[in-house]
Design a protein around this ligand. Structure first.
Ligand code: KIV
Ligand code: ZN
Length: 391
């Protein structure tokens, strides 16, 4: 495999779907899974099969449907979970079992009331058991973000020996700073025997708004898989947003890290997930928010009309958005008004524009946004004194 390829592991249907209000039925999950496969994700985490008969059924149906991606099922480090996941994944062309256990002091003490040694034993047994069913076994060290690097390295070494193919290093609580998370991945690369034969995966949560930054720091330091969700949905403040990591890697070619995502499908996929989950996206969300390519201040609008790149680092068409939007508000200038008027057929002279702009400001001071219907009314006013050329 290309050393510079970052595999995209999508967990919209598992970590994303477990959020209250985001529940999907099997038919909705199948539609999203098919879209993720077409989008070019490398791994689809389809669910947590032991958690309910419905989830088992979804993983099983997705396994039969998906043509290109690996299909993955989550388990705890529990024999029964692993057996149920293996059963659900039977129809998959490329099945993966994702098993693991908490490794931080907090999890070892409060969740399991056990010792580090016992956690290592359970981790090894889970990986070995999963290997009886599939070749591809991913191990997660839950709360790795708050686990000491030394203990984490020990756990990783043991599970590699037990047959793990992918090591997931989750910042489960979204605690780490990018530098710290990047250093953790670097530490593992440098201290774990056999690490060169497995893929390191980043799984970051967004409690401090750092999920994307941490995932990128992980990739820069040697991780070659990023776990993420469409629109960044997920537990609490969410997971790393797929569209963000993909576009960061694309917009920074000097990092020399690539994904296989067809970015032209990003916006449409985001809309599909919003609609199916009934989970709206904030307007200022990077890449896929309603305002991601909308310009409203006069200075920015003037720049974008002259050359889009003055205020845009991404061509909207690259992510499937038809074009940048020039929004007319009281902060807009003459250039924006002329641009929008032209779009609906009016070619104004300089004198006509001056006059139209005075009327426009009256509209704009009264309402949040001046829309096309208002522009027609403004043009009617101007037309009374001077005939506007129509395009
Ligand atoms: O955040 C997390 O630690 C997880 C694991 C179950 C992979 O979602
Ligand atoms: Zn998670």
């Amino acid at each position: 495999m290309n050393d510079n390829k970052v595999q995209i592991f999508d967990t919209t249907l598992r970590d994303g779907e477990q959020v209250p209000g985001c529940k999907l039925d099997t038919s909705q999950k199948l539609i999203i899974a098919e879209r993720l496969d077409n989008l070019g994700v490398d791994i689809i985490e389809a669910g947590f099969p032991v958690s309910s008969p419905g989830d088992f059924n979804s993983v099983s149906e997705i396994s039969k449907l998906v043509k290109n991606a690996t299909v993955c099922g989550l388990t705890r480090a529990v024999k029964k979970d692993i057996e149920v996941a293996a059963e659900a994944l039977k129809g998959a062309i490329k099945p993966r079992i994702h098993t693991g256990i908490g490794t931080s002091d907090s999890h070892i003490l409060h969740k399991f009331n056990t010792t580090q040694e016992e956690v290592i034993q359970r981790a090894k047994q889970a990986v070995s058991h999963a290997k009886n069913f599939v070749d591809d076994v991913e191990f997660y060290a839950e709360d790795a973000g708050r686990t000491s690097n030394e203990f984490l390295a020990k756990v990783c070494e043991e599970v590699i020996q037990a047959g793990a193919t992918v090591l997931n290093i989750p910042d489960t609580t979204g605690y780490c700073l990018p530098e710290e998370y990047g250093a953790k991945i670097k530490y593992l690369k440098e201290h774990v025997k056999g690490i060169g034969n497995v893929t390191i995966s980043c799984h970051c949560h967004n409690d401090l708004g750092l999920a994307t930054a941490n995932s990128i720091a992980g990739a820069i330091n040697g991780a070659r898989q990023i776990e993420c969700t469409i629109n960044g949905i997920g537990e609490r403040a969410g997971n790393t947003a797929l569209e963000e990591v993909v576009m960061i890697l694309k917009q920074h070619p000097y990092l020399n890290l690539q994904t296989d995502i067809n970015t032209k499908l990003l916006y449409d996929t985001s809309l599909m997930v919003r609609e199916k989950m009934g989970m709206p996206v904030q307007p200022n969300k990077a890449i896929v928010g309603a305002n991601a390519f909308a310009h409203s201040s006069g200075i920015h609008q003037d720049g974008v009309i002259k050359n889009r790149e003055t205020y845009e680092i991404i061509n909207p068409e690259e992510v499937g958005v038809t074009e940048s939007a020039i929004i007319l508000t009281a902060r807009s200038g003459r250039a924006a008004l002329a641009y929008r008027a032209k779009k609906i057929g009016y070619e104004l002279t300089k004198i006509q524009l001056d006059s139209a702009y005075q009327t426009f400001l009256k509209f704009a001071d009264k309402q949040k946004e001046v829309i096309d219907e208002d522009i027609h009314l403004i043009m009617e006013q101007v037309n009374k004194f001077s005939k506007i050329a129509m395009l």
